[in-house]
Design a protein around this ligand. Structure first.
Ligand code: FES
Length: 120
């Protein structure tokens, strides 16, 4: 099913925009003028990736810094807990290291004039 999700001029180069389609949370990404659609939720612990950063083809999660290739959804870098001085955070980091981080899903994008459509 192809769904209209926005206009190209709403998404500047390097920009990300969260949308919801048929109950799916998706992020549109403009990488060098080409639009990609990825799952909004991180493959680690579900943080919203649109609150992270997008540099080139790499999206970085805002919570523990896992990185994903926005063209394929493949995980490029595992989560890295931010250093914290307390013992609790050390314990939490040890616990988190046992949580597997999954690839994220990508969705085919079609540009129809100025309209962005994705296949879901
Ligand atoms: S929730 Fe994204 S890296 Fe942990």
């Amino acid at each position: 099913m192809q769904v209209e999700v926005g206009k190209i001029n709403e998404l500047p180069p390097g920009g990300m925009k969260a949308i919801e389609v048929s109950g799916k949370e998706i992020v549109l990404c403009n990488y060098e003028g080409k639009i990609f659609a990825i799952d909004r939720r991180c493959g680690h612990m579900n943080a919203p990736l649109d609150k992270g950063t997008s540099e080139g083809y790499i999206v970085t999660c805002p919570m523990h810094n896992a990185q994903f290739d926005l063209t394929t959804g493949e995980i490029l870098s595992d989560p890295i807990p931010r250093p914290r001085p307390s013992d609790f955070m050390h314990w939490f980091g040890m616990l988190m290291s046992n949580i597997k981080t999954h690839n994220i899903k990508t969705y085919p994008v079609k540009i129809d004039g100025e309209t962005i459509k994705i296949e879901i």
